[in-house]
Design a protein around this ligand. Sequence first.
Ligand code: 1BN
Ligand code: ZN
Length: 333
Amino acid sequence: MTMKMKTEMIKIVDSFVSLKKLIFVILMGPSIALLGCGDDVSESSRVTATRVERPDFDAARAFEDLVTQVDFGSRVPGTEAHRLQLEWMEAQLREVADTVIIDPFDWVTSEGESLNLTNVIARFGTNFDRRILLLTHWDSRPTADQSSDEASKSMSVPGANDGASGTAVLLELARMFSEQAPPLGVDLLFTDGEDYGPTTDDMFLGASHYAKNRAKADDPSFAILLDMVADMDPSFPVEAYSLENAPQVVQRVWTVASDLGYGRYFPMSSTSRVLDDHLKLIEVGIPTIDIIDFDYGPSNSFWHTLRDIPENTSSRTLLMVGDVVAEVVYRNR
Ligand code: 1BN
Ligand code: ZN
């Protein structure tokens, strides 16, 4: 067992009135060991510390999943690749989640095109009231409109980083949650139609659908969006809408990144500002942050181009993002 697997989870249930007695419940995998139990603690001081193993994030398997998605082809709504990816994601999630919800919906674009889109939701720990939501988009963009040559602009984006990376991280976290149940409820949302476009009038469609149609009783305390999380040269500065609307979540995530030794890749000082799925959740009152590397390739030159391929991504970046999000989940504060 690695040190990382012994990640400490400390939950302070009530205020400290007396420190004469500490009850530590050490949860080591399936076994619970009661280490200390004094006899003169006041009734009002109740301190419970839980140690929950955080399994290792399997970055090699996450990278395989990234490649599998790109191998389907660009996951553009209406294509065979989109259909195959949906079938594959559902099968992966049915293996591990408590509940899987397939939520199809239609959208007519500003150009009058009808799209059949599908959000996928996987739920873990459905008995918990306290929940968090992790989301990413699973579709890829129909047009490589940031390409420098005209011929490429009308082709679809392979979406290794933009679409497949976040999906790969969440699928691997889903396996982790089935191996070691998190200490709170976790919902995974895979949004469709985030990147349809060409303008923002026809983007963020799945997040918008979810925000409008969700069961409000199941709302999470906060949500974390992953987008473009596999760049070989990673940098995750704080995203400005996230900081303005969910400062405590930013604080928590960037502190965890620093604690895990990833501080140089998660600079607190610099910010980017990106329109993305998180804004749709913020609009309905769910504090949501975006972990996004919006500097993909030299001067962001791989973004929305045919160069968004597995060769320009790295499993090490998937690992750092997977580790950070997993630690946020298992560090039950
Ligand atoms: C992120 C990745 N986005 C699209 N693919 C969101 C975005 C929308 C970024 C408009 C910049 C402009
Ligand atoms: Zn995109």
